[in-house]
Design a protein around this ligand. Structure first.
Ligand code: IPE
Ligand code: IPE
Ligand code: MG
Length: 248
């Protein structure tokens, strides 16, 4: 068995140039559990705890929003037992929103195809969002039953219906009108998307919004991810030169 030795190196970053919106592909829960001889569900449980800690830390350093990929439109293809365990965890996360947010100003939103979630979860989505209503701090978008392609397809359908109803001319369709129909329209595009667990792919995450996002990868499995890793990511982010297609 191999466990990574924690490095003690100093990590420093400029507190004035924190990414506003961070996308997190919370990956590696299964491998984390397997290494410990635990069921995959134990990895997901540990991953949910990590998310709470990371959100709290990010809020303390001034991050404005996080979109955390919790369940993809493709994850339904996993064994029923695992899907059920993930839905139970989501239910608990949302049902305990008052406790999770107690004394904190952060907001929970669920982004994704909510209509495709079981009724009991949909009810808790409404509850968690209602609890967050008057909060003005960090916005945590939990991406559940989320797929970038589904999101773009859904936006396209909305616009097609408007065209069909004679309310919109096809020439009036712009990047902006599509952006406004993305599930994350209430936050700016992510400045950086991070993926722990060593995988180097997007897996259908924020395809539209990622156009000019920076990417950052880590070998650490999500349940072991710590505020120190966030510091490392921000330090790296601040060394990047974001050109947005322009020149200097
Ligand atoms: C991420 O962990 C959580 C979800 C995708 C729901 P995984 O379950 O994908 O963990 P690995 O990739 O098998 O280690
Ligand atoms: C992406 O992870 C989805 C989430 C983290 C929720 P996966 O583990 O499902 O992605 P692949 O299958 O490795 O691409
Ligand atoms: Mg995975």
């Amino acid at each position: 068995m191999f466990f990574r030795k924690k490095s003690k190196e100093e990590v420093s970053f400029d507190k004035e140039r924190i990414p506003r919106h961070i996308g997190i592909i919370m990956d590696g829960n299964g491998r984390w559990a397997k290494r410990r001889g635990l069921p995959r569900s134990a990895g997901h449980k540990a991953g949910a705890e990590t998310l709470k800690k990371i959100v709290e830390y990010c809020e303390s350093i001034g991050v404005e929003s996080i979109t955390a990929y919790a369940f993809s439109t493709e994850n339904w293809s996993r064994p029923k037992e695992e899907v059920d365990a993930l839905m139970d965890l989501l239910y608990d996360y949302l049902a305990n929103a008052d406790k999770n947010l107690a004394g904190r100003n952060s907001v929970i939103r669920v982004v994704g195809n909510i209509a495709g979630l079981p009724e009991r979860i949909r009810e808790k989505v409404g509850y968690a969002e209602a609890i967050s209503k008057d909060k003005t701090g960090l916005i945590l978008n939990l991406a559940v039953n989320y797929g970038g392609r589904e999101e773009i397809t859904n936006a396209t359908k909305v616009l097609a219906k408007k065209v069909q109803a004679g309310e919109l001319h096809p020439e009036e369709i712009t990047e902006e009108s599509l952006s406004k129909l993305m599930y994350t329209a209430h936050v700016p595009d992510p400045d950086i998307i991070i993926r722990p667990s060593g995988e180097l792919r997007l897996s259908n995450f924020m395809l539209w919004q990622a156009a000019y996002s920076e990417f950052w990868y880590s070998d650490v499995n999500w349940p072991d991810f710590s505020p120190r890793d966030i510091d490392r990511m921000i330090a790296d982010y601040q060394k990047r030169d974001r050109r947005f297609g322009g020149h200097k």
